[in-house]
Write a protein that binds this ligand. Structure first.
Ligand code: NAD
Length: 490
């Protein structure tokens, strides 16, 4: 039986929204607070401002225990636990911009009523921010009370697109505080997760074999560091795979096979070894830069993380190089870009590889036609500075195109009939930056990342000999199968 607590979640973006709805589902009384009036109105009307699979259903199932407001005065005084989930976007120099955290902390402070309350930093913030928030709370509270407001760091590890699954069945829950009472209240809050006593929603079933998350209880500063270190390591792993993929292209190895071979070593693990267009999204780039910038504050360099960023930047420009290798001058060429969101199952466009690709194509004089199954409405608002035409479907995007770039691995693209859909192109060139195609249709030139001979292996109905002579090494080193003469467009 859940001991229901009163919870206020400040900031209802990708993280705050998921947190608020999940806590309501677990049985707590939740208020979601945001300064964005339009967002609050939308939520109060039962509508989600973001795309996250299953979240609309979870909201429906939790409706009577969650309300939405812009009003700190009614949301803060009663709360047992107050989450800060506002954005921490990067400044130009890579350091995190903490102005939203400061504003939120000040607004919370002005409405604290003197009882012991737990204030939780869920936003990703540099080491030392918890102490700084505690100072803001004490200084701006109506009455000064040292150590009355217990600050806890509870970093978030959810992935957009699978946020519900990650929140209900996490690998671990990290709680950092220098106040034992703060940790104890958080354990009460998370009890249904820690002992997995809640009834799983039918649409996000508990995975077989999953028992319970590990509770990692630490000092405040360690919890803050854990979040950055985890994201930096994941970014590093992706960059490592991409660096090896580049060498695979040159020596004639296949990154898919290599990743499988090294990932099956339990010390390494198979995840985050997919070569592709590099990482994107609101976290990896921002958090890696933030860690480097924290290091600089202390005169401490972080060369491994610098290199991870460098590899990621190179990976993005590789997409255009592959295109140029076949089409040469891009001026006047028509290029379809499939996928705008930084990854599938989200409409989040922050730091999406497709953004840089569309911008660069525009600079080089190409006409861009873009498609995304869910992110186009958001792109209409957030990418007004880019020059591209929207396509209503993959077919429309490819009609008359000289090339298509698969920028996001949406299932819709994975399951496309590529043979049919490329029929309407002017030149049948696919740049598959996510390595999702498992066969190369007849007459199509296919560029992937760090791969060779995939079509021969995945098309058993064709005699092997037909392909074995067709392997050629292309300009930047990808071994590509050219089963028919028309396969080579360059
Ligand atoms: P977001 O930009 O989607 O949402 C932030 C929300 O905070 C917005 O709705 C904004 O209106 C609101 N806000 C800003 N100032 C406010 C204030 N003073 N009072 C009330 N509301 C305010 O951001 P996000 O993606 O949810 O990320 C939030 C934090 O969580 C960041 O620090 C991020 O690094 C971290 N994080 C994000 C993810 C992710 O996948 N998005 C995963 C883990 C951690």
């Amino acid at each position: 039986m859940t001991q229901a607590l009163k919870v206020t979640v400040v900031g209802t973006g990708y993280v705050g929204l998921g947190t608020a709805i999940m806590l309501a589902y677990l049985g707590h009384e939740v208020v979601g607070l945001d300064v964005d009036q339009a967002k609050v109105e939308q939520l109060s009307g039962g509508e989600l401002p973001i795309y996250e699979p299953g979240l609309d259903q979870l909201l429906l199932d939790s409706m009577e225990r969650v309300r939405w407001t812009t009003d700190y005065e009614t949301a803060i005084p009663d709360a047992d636990v107050i989450f800060i989930c506002v954005g921490t976007p990067p400044n130009k120099d890579g350091s995190p911009n903490l102005k939203y955290v400061a504003q939120a902390a000040r607004s919370i402070a002005q409405n604290l009523n003197g009882k012991t309350q737990v204030i939780v930093n869920k936003s990703t913030v540099p080491v030392g921010t918890g102490d700084w928030v505690a100072r803001i709370l004490e200084e701006h509270a109506r009455e000064y009370h040292a150590n009355r407001y217990l600050v806890v760091s509870n970093p978030e590890f959810l992935r957009e697109g699978t946020a519900l699954f990650d929140s209900l069945y996490p690998d671990r829950i990290v709680l950092g505080s220098d106040h034992a009472e703060g940790i104890e209240r958080m354990k009460t809050l998370y009890a249904p997760l820690l002992d997995q006593s809640f009834t799983p929603p039918a649409y996000v079933p508990r995975p077989e074999g999953y028992t319970r998350p590990e509770l990692v209880s630490t000092a405040l500063s360690s919890a803050e560091m854990i979040k950055y270190a985890a994201n930096a390591f994941l970014a590093l792993k992706i960059s490592f795979a991409n660096e090896i993929a580049g060498l695979c292209e040159r020596v004639g190895a296949d990154i898919g096979e290599v990743a499988r071979g090294i990932g099956s070593d339990a010390r390494i693990g198979p995840r985050f070894l997919a070569a592709g267009a590099g990482w994107g999204g609101s976290c990896f780039g921002k958090d890696t830069s933030a860690l480097i910038s924290t290091g600089l504050e202390y005169g401490y360099s972080m060369p491994i993380l610098q290199a991870a960023i460098e590899v990621n930047n190179r990976q993005r420009s590789l997409i255009i190089s592959k295109l140029q290798m076949h089409l040469h001058r891009l001026k006047g060429k028509r290029v379809a870009v499939l996928g705008m969101a930084f990854k599938p199952n989200t409409d989040d466009l922050r730091d999406a590889p497709a953004h840089d690709t569309i911008a660069r194509l525009g600079d080089l004089g190409a006409t861009v036609v873009a498609h995304d199954p869910v992110a186009m409405p958001r792109a209409r608002r957030e990418w007004q500075h880019l020059n591209y035409h929207e396509a209503a479907s993959v077919q429309d995007a490819l009609r008359g195109a000289d090339a298509v770039i698969i920028a996001t691995e949406w299932d819709e693209y994975r399951h496309q009939d590529w043979s049919a859909v490329t029929g309407g192109m002017r030149q049948r060139l696919i740049i598959d930056t996510r390595n999702i195609l498992t066969t190369r249709p007849e007459g199509v030139t296919l560029e992937q990342i760090g791969r060779r001979q995939m079509a021969a292996q995945a098309a058993p109905e064709l005699p092997e000999a037909q392909f074995s002579d067709g392997v050629v090494v292309t300009g930047i080193g990808v071994k590509e199968l050219l089963g028919t003469p028309s396969g080579n467009l360059s």
